[in-house]
Write a protein that binds this ligand. Structure first.
Ligand code: NG6
Ligand code: CA
Length: 506
């Protein structure tokens, strides 16, 4: 009997460890699983094989889907990076902040340091928080000395730990910033950055194509690092300049190390991969492996990193104690400024799935992205057709962890994210290029008339802007081919009114 009891005791102990979920003090039904958001850059819904609408094979991401809840109607708020990330982290519609547009690498911090953020909210719930990877939300006060501590930044908006690239992999400065300091900087070779003035003696891509291992097709003809010309000028800081081929492994190692360091207490990790954003320069282990050129290879590299990261959770026995969200900041693009064979080698792959448009677009493919939630043992595997947006994570995770949410735009979709309800949003505003917005309600999308130049948008992408109203029924016409605005004036009127009510809510 004694033996049996101690056997049961051991079984309970083991079970207790593997399914251990901390409870929040004072909040009866609140739980504190670790939370990880795995966020890719410019990955389309058709790039993930679990969605079954493209030609690539992504076994790593697919296994998250097999063990999780795959959303078919999940959105980033915006069709470009900065506004989507702003919304994910603040819960606010980004077009409410006029500065929330694609930022240069020397832009000041976009998030107000007093503002509510996802990491700040989770910090109040007792989490240790980190961001690893792409930031692109500005740093400092607009006058950064890259050789000093850079502040404010991620650590001033709620992250306890940050290991980031400042902006994008095609923008200077090409350095990593760890908790506000450039990593590997030699004080005798200070780093200077400018988006207006070239530095004397520093070669640029323009006029020096022979120095480049990847040629630019549009923009991207300024300072050269690692044989690739970027947007913006930089000088010095040579020992700190990144090597693109090593970036994925470095971010993975940083993400894994953070999880290992914090395995014993609740943590929140925003793991923001840089793939498949341009320039697409995967490690040689992945070069040529997809048959679709560097874009496909970069996706395979990201998929591998994601599977390694998930393996780390398993290895540490954290799978049942960690809620993982997988998504992308905006839709896909082929040629985004470099000749990298992405167009000619794309074949019949459809990164945009069955949707029209792509990155920058107000049509569906701009914002209708892959979205998966996995929490082993807590969320049943399956598919959800509920309408959800990334900026709902703030309110939803606030309820999960017993915190208040005061951000009106963020809707509590916890029951939907946990698979207990299919009652998603009734309506959502999505943002295309240049702050222009559209209104989704039920199966319908209303794109109000938008004038405006399609500055810097790749030629092969439709922005969705038109001087006429556009109305589409996504259920019958996911490819948005048939504009029903003229035959359905009452619908246009009703939706315009509802759209303006959300916009005006402030
Ligand atoms: C555009 C860049 C594009 C990409 C994008 C930001 C040109 C011609 N195009 O201005 O290459 O960097 O900005 O992408 O320079 S995002 O995913 O970070 O929003
Ligand atoms: Ca992006």
């Amino acid at each position: 009997m004694k033996k049996l009891l101690s056997f049961i005791g051991i079984v309970c102990l083991v079970a207790g460890v593997t399914s251990h979920v901390d409870r929040v003090e004072g909040a009866e039904d609140a739980v504190k699983p670790n939370i990880v958001i795995i966020y890719t850059d410019d990955l389309g819904i058709g790039d993930v094989s679990a969605y079954g609408v493209g030609k690539l094979d992504t076994p790593g991401i697919d296994s998250i889907a097999e063990e999780g809840l795959r959303f078919t109607d999940g959105y980033a708020t915006s069709a470009t990076c900065t506004p989507s990330r702003f919304a994910l982290l603040t819960g606010q519609y980004p077009w409410r902040n006029k500065d929330a547009q694609i930022l240069p690498g020397d832009a000041p911090l976009l998030i107000n340091t007093e503002q509510e953020t996802l990491p700040r909210m989770l910090g109040r719930a007792g989490y240790t928080t980190a961001v690893v990877g792409k930031w692109h939300l500005g740093l400092g006060d607009g006058n950064v000395d890259w050789n000093e501590r850079i502040t404010p930044g991620p650590n001033e908006v709620g992250f306890d730990y940050s290991y980031i690239m400042a902006a994008t992999n095609d923008r200077v400065p090409n350095v990593y910033v760890k908790n506000g300091s450039v990593v590997g900087l030699d004080p005798n070779d200070p780093l200077e950055v400018s988006y207006s003035t070239p530095f004397e003696g520093e070669p640029t891509g323009y006029g020096n194509q022979g120095m480049l291992k990847m040629r630019y097709s549009n923009g991207h003809y300024y300072s050269i690092n690692n044989g690739i010309s970027r947007i913006g000028y930089q000088k010095g800081g040579k020992s700190a300049q990144w090597i693109d081929e090593d970036m994925s492994d470095l971010f993975l190692e940083e993400a894994q190390a953070f999880v290992k360091r914090n395995r014993a207490k609740p943590f929140f990790l925003f793991y923001a991969l840089h793939q498949p954003h341009v320039p697409r320069v995967p490690h040689s282990r992945f070069a040529g492996k997809s048959g679709l050129g560097p874009r496909g290879d970069a996706i395979l590299e990201a998929d591998w990193a994601i599977s390694e990261f998930m393996y780390t959770l398993d290895e540490l026995d954290l799978a049942e104690n960690t809620l993982v969200v997988f998504s992308s900041d905006n839709g896909p693009v082929l040629d985004d400024g470099y000749y990298d064979d992405s167009v000619i080698k794309n074949g019949d792959h459809t990164p945009w799935g069955n949707f029209r448009g792509g990155k920058y677009s107000l049509f569906e493919a701009g914002t209708h992205i892959p979205f998966i939630v996995r929490w082993k043992g807590h969320v049943d595997a399956g598919v959800s057709n509920a309408l959800v947006s990334q900026h709902d994570l703030l309110a939803s995770l606030a309820r999960l962890t017993g915190q208040e949410n005061a951000v009106a735009d963020s809707m509590d979709m916890l029951d939907v994210f946990l698979g207990n309800s299919e009652q998603g949003r009734d309506a959502l505003i999505v943002e295309g290029y240049d702050g222009k917005t559209a209104y989704r309600e039920g199966d319908w999308v209303l794109i109000p008339p938008h004038e405006g130049p399609a500055l810097d948008v790749p030629e092969n992408i439709e922005t969705g802007f038109s001087s006429e109203y556009q109305l589409y029924n996504l259920n019958k016409d996911p490819g948005q081919k048939k504009n029903l605005a003229k035959p359905r004036p009452a619908k246009v009127k009703a939706m315009s009114k509802a759209y303006l009510a959300v916009v005006d809510r402030g």
